[in-house]
Write a protein that binds this ligand. Structure first.
Ligand SMILES: Cc1cc2nc3c(=O)[nH]c(=O)nc-3n(C[C@H](O)[C@H](O)[C@H](O)COP(=O)(O)O)c2cc1C
Length: 307
């Protein structure tokens, strides 16, 4: 029997997504920036730029460097703050009928909890993604995402505050990514997303100085795909909650690789800067692949590389 409309849907906690193709935080602005390229209602979910309690100016320029097969960024989590996000950015997204996941960041557990509590019950917010790559200022600047017990603690604290679907986004800058995923699952996460950027730098041979004003930055793009794919493969074995694959996904073939590795969904990041229609093309490519392979539901493909 021919399958022309394969089922691409999935659940993240109580949130039902029509398809697994999401945008990665910080690479799709607050959605409006892409309105002339992408039908926002057809994206699995829009994950918006990381939001903090108060607005942040970010780092001084230069804060982006192109690298072979990727880029380094040290934006420094510039954002409008949660109040302006809710009053100025969210109303637009609501008109597009898209599912919105708010990526949040904080310097302390209290800040993450205050953000979750502020977003509770706000119309148009469908889920929260915790970016735990920020340093915990109260605990001497160690990033939440590099310490298992801190990752478990911040997840559990936010879990107590909100019933919104909760995704925890993992940093790759750790020894055992599986242990981090397990810790946030124990903390009550509904899903894990990985990976955030790898730490890197560039030096100008002209000025003989680091290019980024911040010296170090986060490496993203196709250069990190093999690392991200390996981490998704390892994490999928360790947790029962859905895994969302991120890192260098540029084509539908990349997305299929992550699904075969065990991802239930994927996020597209740096590729949006190269091809602003990437999310639409990737979703269509996945659909065509399933039709060609005579696979009725994407669920059948998740983790197939392990079987
Ligand atoms: C310019 C830029 C800004 C980013 N801002 C955020 C952010 O605010 N919060 C976050 O969790 N990740 C942020 N990221 C990380 C991406 O969401 C993603 O995890 C990473 O870039 C790897 O995916 P990619 O290779 O597809 O870009 C940012 C990445 C870039 C390139």
């Amino acid at each position: 029997m021919a399958i022309n409309t394969p089922d691409l849907s999935l659940n993240i906690g109580s949130l039902r997504l029509p398809n697994p193709v999401m945008t990665a935080s910080g690479t799709f602005g607050y959605g409006k920036e892409f309105e002339s390229f992408v039908d926002l209602g057809s994206v699995g979910a829009v994950v918006v730029k990381g939001i903090s309690l108060l607005p942040r100016p970010g780092n001084p320029p230069p804060r982006i460097v192109e690298t072979a097969c990727g880029m380094l960024n040290a934006i420094g989590l510039e954002n409008v703050g949660v109040e302006r996000f809710v009053s100025e950015k969210l109303p637009y997204l609501r008109t597009k009928g898209c599912r919105v996941i708010v990526n949040v960041l904080g310097d302390s557990i209290e800040e993450y909890c205050q953000l979750a509590s502020r977003l509770n019950g706000v119309e148009g917010v469908n889920g929260i993604e915790l970016n735990i790559s920020c340093p915990n200022v109260k605990k001497g600047g160690v990033a939440f995402g590099t310490n298992e017990s801190m990752a478990r603690e911040v997840t559990a604290a936010v879990r107590k505050i909100t019933r919104l679907p909760l995704i925890v986004k993992l940093s790759p800058n750790v020894t055992d990514i599986g242990a981090m995923a397990k810790a946030v699952e124990e903390g009550g996460a509904d899903a894990v997303s990985l990976i955030n950027t790898l730490i890197g730098m560039a030096i100008s041979i002209k000025t003989k100085k680091p290019v980024l004003a911040n010296t170090i930055g986060g490496l993203s793009g196709p250069a990190i795909k093999p690392v991200a794919l390996r981490m998704v493969f390892q994490v999928a074995d360790r947790v029962k909650i859905p895994v969302i694959g991120i890192g260098g996904i540029t084509t539908w073939q990349d997305a299929i690789e992550f699904i075969l590795a065990g991802a239930s969904a994927i996020q597209v990041g740096t590729a949006n800067f190269i091809n602003p229609r990437a999310v639409d093309e990737i979703r269509l490519g996945i659909t065509n692949y399933l039709v060609q392979e005579k696979i009725g539901a994407i669920q059948e493909l998740i983790g197939a590389a392990k079987r």
